[in-house]
Design a protein around this ligand. Structure first.
Ligand code: NOJ
Length: 561
C-alpha cells in the first residue's frame, strides 16, 4: 500500500481548490496560422483576453498528434503536439505566456484508450494473438464456432458494438479474420489494459513529461474506466450507465481503479507545489465519485450534477448542499460545471420548454434535423442566473469557452460538416457534439468572425451578435458579467464555506459566504420578495435587470458585505 506523502506546505499548494478554470477546446478557440483550425499560438495570442476575463487557470482539451477520429481524444503520441496545432516550442511559449499572466495550465490526459495509430497499437496489430504486444490492449478471441461473434454484448459510447475484429497480420491465421479488440468509444480508440505494468509506467512518464514542462495540473479523461473485470466469460452489460454503487460493474468505477490514482498522486507529489488533477468520472453516486478526489488520489472530480439538473431552486440548493458536505468529508473541494465540449450549451438547454428532461433536450437538439421550440431570451437569462449562483459557491468553477459570450448551441449545423463519431456510428441518426464546438466569434464584422481562418465547422450568422468585440465594455453584456463576477469572486473566497439562509419565497435560494458576501437567486419567472434584513443597496452584480424593491425573475444578485 502507498503511504501518502506529507502534504506540501508550499503557499500555492491549494491554488486549485477554488479556482475558476476556463476550458479551451484548442481547435475552436483561435487560429493563428489561418488554416481553419485553432492552435496553440492562437491561445498564446489571446492570453490578454483570458487575463482580463479573470480566470485562474486554463484547461486545454487534447492538442496531441491525432487523426481526430474523436476530436483529439484519440491520441497517437502522448508526449507531443499535433503539427496542425503547433510544436512543443509553441506549447512552452503558451505556458510561459500563461504564467506571466498569472494563469495556470491544466492539460488533458487520456488514459482509457489510445488511438489506433499509437505505436503500441500498430505493434499489437502486426503481432500474433497471445504476443506481448497484444497484452497492452484487450484482445480476445470471439464467440461462436469460428470466433465470428464479439466476446461480449458491450456497446460503445458512440453507438454500435465495443468490439472490432481484426484481420491477423502474423501467426498461423495471417490474412484471415482473427481476434477482437475492445473500444468503449470509437473503433479508432482501443482500450488499454491497465493490468499491464508498461501501461502504468508509461502514463507516469507522460505525467512527468508535461509536469516538467511546467503544467500545473491534469484533467483525467474517463478516469472511472481504467480498471475492468475481464474475467472470462465476460459478463453481460447492454447499457453503459453505472447502475450499482458497490464497485461491481465490470467496466466502470471498480474499486481497483483507486490504486492506479494513488500511484499517480505519488508522481504529482514529486513536485512542489504538487500538481493538481481532476477526474472526469461520470459516476452517479456522489460518495463514490469523490473517492477519485481524495487527497491521496486526484484531488478533485468533476461534478456534473448541476449540469444535469433542471433550472429549479430546490434542486439546485439540494445539489449544492450535498456536494459541498460530501466534498469536505472526503478532503476535496467541490467542482461545478454547466457546459463543456460534450454537452449542449447551457443557454440552449435552458431555452427549451419546462418539464423537459436533459435526455429530451439532448435528443431534441441532437437528433438529425429536429428544431426544438426555443426561447433564447429566457435561455440566456437563466444561464446567466445559474452561472452567478454557481460562481458564488465555494469550490472550483469550470467554464467552457464561449459561455462568457452567451453562446448557444449551433443545433442546425449542416450534416456534411459534422465530425463527431456519434454521427457516423449511429448511421447518421444522432448528430453528436459538434454544435458546442463551433469556432469562437471574436469580431462581429470580420471574415470568420475574427477566428483566424475559414473555420473547420461553419459559424452561423447570429454569432455576430455574440462576438467578443460587441460585448467588450458594454454594461450588462454577458462578457462583462463574467468579468465582473470573476473579479468579485476572488473577494468572496476568503474561506471555503457558506451558510444557507432562509429565503422569503420557495423560488429563491439565499446563501452567505463567511466574509459577508451574499448571493440571492430567484429561479421563478416572476419577481420575488427580498428576504428581511437584505439591503438591496449592497447589490454589486445582477445577472439580469437591476433589483428595484424585488429580486427580478430568473436572476441572481451578488451583495457585498
Ligand atoms: C470524454 C471526453 O470529454 C469526450 O470528448 C471523449 O469523446 C471521451 N471522453 C472519450 O475520450
Amino acid at each position: 500500500m502507498t503511504i501518502p506523502p506529507a502534504p506540501s506546505t508550499h503557499p500555492d499548494a491549494g491554488w486549485w481548490r477554488q479556482a475558476a478554470v476556463y476550458q479551451i477546446y484548442p481547435r475552436s478557440f483561435s487560429d493563428a496560422n489561418g488554416d481553419g483550425m485553432g492552435d496553440l499560438p492562437g491561445v498564446t495570442a489571446r492570453m490578454g483576453y483570458l487575463a482580463a476575463l479573470g480566470i485562474d487557470a486554463v484547461w486545454l482539451s487534447p492538442f496531441y498528434p491525432s487523426a481526430l477520429a474523436d476530436g483529439g481524444y484519440d491520441v497517437d503520441d502522448y508526449r507531443n503536439v499535433d503539427p496542425r496545432l503547433g510544436t512543443l516550442a509553441d506549447f512552452d511559449a503558451m505556458v510561459a505566456a500563461a504564467h506571466d499572466a498569472g494563469i495556470r495550465v491544466i492539460v488533458d490526459v487520456v488514459p482509457n484508450h489510445s488511438s489506433n495509430r499509437h505505436e503500441w497499437f500498430k505493434a499489437a496489430l502486426a503481432s500474433a494473438p497471445g504476443s506481448p504486444e497484444r497484452a497492452r490492449y484487450h484482445f480476445l478471441d470471439g464467440l461462436g464456432r469460428h470466433g465470428e461473434l464479439p466476446p461480449s454484448d458491450w456497446p460503445s459510447h458512440f453507438g454500435g458494438a465495443a468490439w472490432t475484429r481484426v484481420v491477423e497480420q502474423a501467426g498461423p491465421n495471417a490474412g484471415r479474420p482473427g481476434q477482437w479488440y475492445l473500444h468503449l468509444f470509437a473503433t479508432e480508440q482501443p482500450d488499454f489494459n491497465w493490468d499491464h505494468p508498461e501501461v502504468r509506467e508509461d502514463f507516469h512518464t507522460t505525467l512527468r513529461f508535461w509536469a516538467d514542462r511546467g503544467v500545473d495540473g491534469f484533467r483525467v479523461d474517463v478516469a472511472h474506466g481504467l480498471a475492468k473485470d475481464m474475467t472470462l466469460p465476460l459478463r453481460s452489460k447492454k447499457v453503459l450507465d453505472i447502475l450499482v454503487d458497490d464497485g461491481s460493474d465490470p467496466l466502470f468505477d471498480r474499486d481497483e481503479v483507486h490504486e492506479i490514482f494513488a500511484g499517480w498522486r505519488d508522481v504529482l507529489n514529486e513536485y512542489d507545489p504538487p500538481k493538481a488533477a481532476v477526474a472526469e468520472a461520470w459516476v452517479p453516486f456522489t460518495s463514490r465519485r469523490l473517492k477519485y478526489a481524495r487527497p491521496t488520489e486526484l484531488g478533485q472530480a468533476f461534478n456534473f450534477d448541476l449540469l444535469q439538473a433542471p433550472f429549479d431552486a430546490a434542486g439546485f440548493r439540494a445539489i449544492a448542499e450535498k456536494c459541498l458536505v460530501e466534498a469536505e468529508a472526503s478532503g476535496a473541494s467541490s467542482t461545478w460545471v454547466f457546459s463543456n465540449h460534450d454537452v449542449v450549451r447551457h443557454a440552449s438547454r435552458y431555452s427549451l420548454p419546462d418539464g423537459s428532461t436533459l435526455e429530451d433536450l439532448a435528443a431534441w437538439l441532437l437528433a438529425g434535423g429536429a428544431t426544438p421550440p426555443t426561447d433564447r431570451e429566457r435561455g440566456l437569462r437563466r444561464a446567466r442566473a445559474a452561472t452567478l449562483f454557481m460562481l458564488g459557491l465555494p469550490g472550483s468553477a469550470y467554464l467552457y469557452q464561449g459561455e462568457e459570450l452567451g453562446l448557444f448551441e449551433v443545433a442546425d449545423l449542416p450534416e456534411a460538416s459534422l465530425q463527431d463519431p456519434t454521427w457516423f456510428r449511429t448511421q447518421h441518426s444522432v448528430k453528436g457534439r459538434d454544435g458546442c464546438r463551433v469556432p469562437l466569434p471574436w469580431l462581429s464584422d470580420a471574415a470568420d468572425f475574427g477566428f483566424g481562418g475559414s473555420p473547420w465547422l461553419p459559424q452561423p450568422d447570429w454569432f455576430a451578435g455574440h462576438a467578443a468585440d460587441v460585448q467588450d465594455g458594454v454594461e450588462g453584456s454577458t462578457l462583462e458579467m463574467y468579468r465582473a463576477a470573476l473579479g468579485w469572486r476572488r473577494k468572496l473566497q476568503a474561506e471555503e464555506s457558506l451558510q444557507w439562509l432562509d429565503a422569503a419565497a420557495p423560488a429563491v435560494v439565499h446563501y452567505r459566504r463567511p466574509n459577508g458576501w451574499e448571493v440571492l437567486s430567484n429561479f421563478g419567472g416572476a419577481p420575488a420578495m427580498v428576504p428581511s434584513g437584505v439591503d438591496l443597496s449592497k447589490v454589486v452584480l445582477s445577472s439580469g435587470e437591476p433589483a428595484r424593491g424585488a429580486i427580478p425573475g430568473e436572476t441572481t444578485l451578488w451583495l457585498a458585505p
